[in-house]
Design a protein around this ligand. Sequence first.
Ligand code: IDP
Ligand code: MG
Length: 139
Amino acid sequence: MANNITFTMLKPDSVEKGNIGAILEKITSSGFRIVAMKLTQLTTADAEAFYAIHKDRPFFGDLVTYMTRGPIVAAILEKDNAVEDFRALIGATNPAEAAEGTIRNMFADSISENAVHGSDSDDNAAIESAFHFSGREMF
Ligand code: IDP
Ligand code: MG
């Protein structure tokens, strides 16, 4: 797939805190076009599959509990160099290390509850987009 799409989730803490609008504004004003978007909730099986790469990490159980405890906003975003530019926009996994003005710096509370997901490669952007959306939900 071309290097112009990435996949994001506004995680349950962002929805709970009423930050959907503010985070989407930051994303679109940074030049990302919304290709697909929905409010949805992960099942335990969904979260375990989505984060399967982390299944042996000590935080895996807490991660699945966190990611399934309430609705999320899932979206596909388009921009040149989307994966790398979006990772720069969200900042480091640990918000304490995220640069000033990044989404995690502004909206995240901790390394575990860090507001947003961003794909880490073009391959994963394609896999994660297909996990959440059918072709007819993409515009
Ligand atoms: P990323 O979201 O920045 O790509 P990953 O290392 O892929 O970070 O981890 C996936 C998610 O798992 C993180 O966004 C965070 O919610 C959680 N996580 C990562 N590392 C830790 C940790 O050390 N403690 C608790 N939760 C963590
Ligand atoms: Mg990751």
